[in-house]
Design a protein around this ligand. Structure first.
Ligand code: IPD
Length: 266
């Protein structure tokens, strides 16, 4: 088995078990444990418990790897592989009972720096729908037995574009300006509420594109690999790699049209 395939096996098993744990906790009631960058940016007790579960499972399977998680931060490893983890992506949906949240686990080669890493494997699991999206570098992107492919031929009506607005109020004005620029090339716009599922939706051709300012590495590490392995393009602030500034994902035909609209306001 190749290294990416081996890492993917681990990511899918742990994502499934972690998602089931989060789902069980959801039925017992949601406890908001803290807020982060803004009052709306919440952490639930389940976020912390699920991340601790994932971290312990990864340490057991691959003790020499690094770890970079949304809730518990980064720890360097010695193997050259780092796991980038969002235990519950779409925490606000989780808290409100909207069935669009996911566990996102990626294995990347290099340090936990989106500017330099290469993602080798990624799993995004929505335990409410039971959908587990997975990809390994060179091995394609998959949902069950179905190989995923980004949409082609967006056509005259424009693309169905997913986006997000983040929690930092200072970014909301520029985000709305960007949205106004994108609308003329959009058939319509969706705000799903979980970046990993936005990216999985691009990979599956359920939306034609996704972009967002200010996502964090754990939001997009696994999803970006899904899109690339489904034949799409993922970039950052126009011309750059996906990073904290911006993530743009779409099929090759629509990507350039979208990037051009996002160019002026980075
Ligand atoms: C958030 C979600 C949301 C996106 C935010 C992310 P979290 O992740 O992915 O859709 O708009 O930028 O922070 O906080 O729920 O893990």
């Amino acid at each position: 088995m190749t290294l990416p395939a081996e890492l993917l096996d681990i990511a899918t098993r742990i994502a499934r078990e972690a998602g089931e744990l989060a789902h069980r906790r959801r039925t017992e009631g949601v406890t908001v444990a803290a807020t982060k960058s803004a009052a709306a940016d919440i952490v639930t007790a389940a976020d912390r418990e699920v991340e601790a579960f994932i971290r312990a499972e990864l340490a057991r399977e691959r003790p020499d790897d690094g770890f970079f998680g949304e809730e518990s931060g980064a720890e360097e490893g010695t193997s050259g592989i780092t796991w980038v983890v969002d235990p519950i992506d779409g925490t606000v949906n989780y808290a409100y009972g909207i069935p669009a949240w996911a566990v996102s686990i990626a294995a990347v080669e290099g340090s936990a720096d989106t500017a330099t890493w290469t993602a080798l494997a990624g799993a995004v699991f929505n335990p409410v729908t039971g959908e587990l999206f997975r990809a390994s570098r060179g091995g394609g992107a998959w949902l069950g037995e179905q190989r995923l492919a980004v949409s082609a031929n967006v056509g005259e009506a424009g693309g169905l574009v997913a986006t997000g607005f983040g929690y930092n109020p200072a970014t909301h004005g520029p985000a709305l300006d960007q949205l106004a620029r994108v609308m003329p090339i959009a058939r319509d716009v969706r705000r799903i509420g979980a970046a990993s599922l936005d990216l999985a939706s691009v990979a599956a051709g359920r939306v034609d594109a996704y972009y967002e300012r200010g996502t964090q590495p754990w939001d997009h590490a696994a999803g970006a690999l899904l899109v690339e392995e489904a034949g799409g393009i993922v970039g950052g602030a126009p011309g750059g790699r996906p990073g904290n500034g911006m993530v743009i994902a779409a099929g090759p035909e629509f990507y350039g049209r979208l990037e051009e609209k996002l160019d002026v306001i980075g």
